[in-house]
Design a binder for this molecule. Sequence first.
Ligand SMILES: [Zn+2]
Length: 193
Amino acid sequence: MKIVKHLLEGDGITQMVCKKNTAPLRSHSAIVIHYTAGGSGQQTALFLCRPEIKQSCNILIDRDASIYQLNNFVTTSWHAGKSKWKDLTNLNYHSIGIELANFGKLHKVGDHYNTWFNKRVHPREVFTYIDPWTGNEQYYHKYTPAQLNRTLEVVKLLKKKYGIKWVLGHSDISAKLDPGPGFPMQDFQHINN
Ligand SMILES: [Zn+2]
């Protein structure tokens, strides 16, 4: 996999048409990681390309590691919303947004784990997190190893190409939950270029 003309090139990469985003990035300060809170990566990518949807990302990485690129790496996308990190505000202008296909936070109903839209998730795919303050269990959809490996590979490429300083979660810059405790952020924060 490589970056050519600010686009990813390689196996399993689909370039999408997302005409609504045109503003150039003002800096490549950060990469912001998200979960989609949805199912099929392809369906979500198509949804995010729709002109009337005020959300998008630069790339979306599916559970099988395929990648959908909505915007090139020098164009602003709409993933961060109202956000702040150190002396930066509106991180959309200063970061590359990566969405990972993942249902996000789950809730337990009897013996079952359900998404926010009440789709049942197999217990094998559930990440259990114990809140250190309350001792309560919280449930999140697990990321897949293929997806995480691919994300690491992309983040390494981007850091090298654009000299990106910070790898952040949406929850670091805004009052959001994603990418959640199931995302191994520590593996991403110490990447040497
Ligand atoms: Zn997010």
